[in-house]
Design a protein around this ligand. Structure first.
Ligand code: 13P
Ligand code: SF4
Length: 304
């Protein structure tokens, strides 16, 4: 007979203790996965948490680049990704070869790489950023020209807020582009007092309609404000679980029910349990790549 959610959660807790493991979950994870996690957060918060943790094992409930970042920061820990197929299509829209070619064409540009990228691409970049700190990171740079990879929309959003010349890469998030301006205008009409909060991976015409443009962690903070009672949420729908749980009595309206990241949903309680029991699949970045990627991640952490 299949295990109930409660039984699975209890089993996970027991194996987790035996292994001295910590479970980190991204804000887009399934509700039941968020509920068994030790920490739920955005990309930046999760990597900072991984770096601080004294656990021997990190179970990363998120996508591959996030588990890689944990491995880059904590090479001595075993990093489990409960489903190895949980990738990020945007991260795969830039390759090291293509990046090297572009760098030759732009010798004066500093390469800023969104954490939604492979370890190899991070290793080839000068500094990383997340959606929570991208503008801050870019403002700390000495160079006037920046090659921003791989998200053209986050890059474009930053370009509207800085004097630096931002050269864009044609990557995008297939989930966030499903949020359209007409979704926002319709919902704003239906909920006139709702705040419109969107992720910077959204298209510029969606960003133009927002009251706030925030990382997923920023959205969770914003939702706690007293002047927010209704919020139209322009990001992946998994975040609604956390927002509703932390803010009883407030209303959170997904901008589009289509904004689902299928990769994030690959992680299930069954797979979390199995990965802890079998100690696989593990994500490990080869040392040479890790050291170079680490330099780019460290520069980001020092800058913010
Ligand atoms: P956050 O860092 O804002 O959580 O975003 C990660 C991500 O993958 C957005 O699609
Ligand atoms: Fe990648 Fe988009 Fe999924 Fe985030 S929501 S992990 S950017 S595909």
């Amino acid at each position: 007979m299949a295990n109930s959610t409660g039984e699975l959660a209890e089993k996970i807790l027991n194996v987790k203790r035996e292994r001295n493991a910590v479970i980190l979950a991204h804000n887009y994870q399934r509700g039941e996965v968020q509920d068994i996690a030790d920490f739920v957060g955005d990309s930046l918060e999760l990597s900072q948490n991984a770096a601080r943790s004294d656990a021997d094992v990190i179970v990363f409930c998120g996508v591959h680049f996030m588990a890689e970042t944990a491995s880059i920061l904590c090479p001595e820990k075993a990093v489990l990704l409960p489903d190895m197929h949980a990738g990020c299509p945007m991260a795969n829209m830039v390759t090291v070869e293509k990046l090297r070619e572009r760098k030759k064409e732009l010798p004066d540009a500093t390469v800023v790489c969104y954490v939604n990228s492979t370890a190899e691409v991070k290793a080839e970049s000068d500094i990383c950023c997340t959606s929570a700190n991208a503008l801050k990171v870019i403002e700390t740079l000495e160079s006037k020209e920046v090659l921003f990879v791989p998200d053209q929309y986050l890059g474009h959003y930053i370009s509207t807020r800085t004097d630096k010349k931002i050269v864009l890469w044609p990557g995008y998030c297939p989930t966030h582009i499903k949020i359209l301006p007409e979704h926002i205008t319709e919902l704003s009409h239906k909920y006139p007092s709702a705040k419109v909060v969107v992720h910077p991976e959204c298209r510029p015409d969606v960003i133009a309609l927002a009251d706030e443009v925030l990382s997923t962690g920023g959205m969770c903070q914003y939702a706690r404000r007293q002047d927010v009672s209704q919020m139209i949420v322009g990001t992946e729908v998994g975040i609604i679980h956390r927002l509703a749980k932390e803010n009883p009595g407030k209303e959170f309206i997904p901008a589009s029910g289509q904004a689902v990241c299928p990769n994030m949903k690959l992680i299930t309680l069954e797979k979390v349990l199995q990965s802890l029991e079998e100690m696989k699949p593990q994500v490990k970045v080869p040392e040479e790549t890790r050291l170079k990627a680490r330099a780019a991640v460290d520069k980001m952490l020092e800058a913010v």
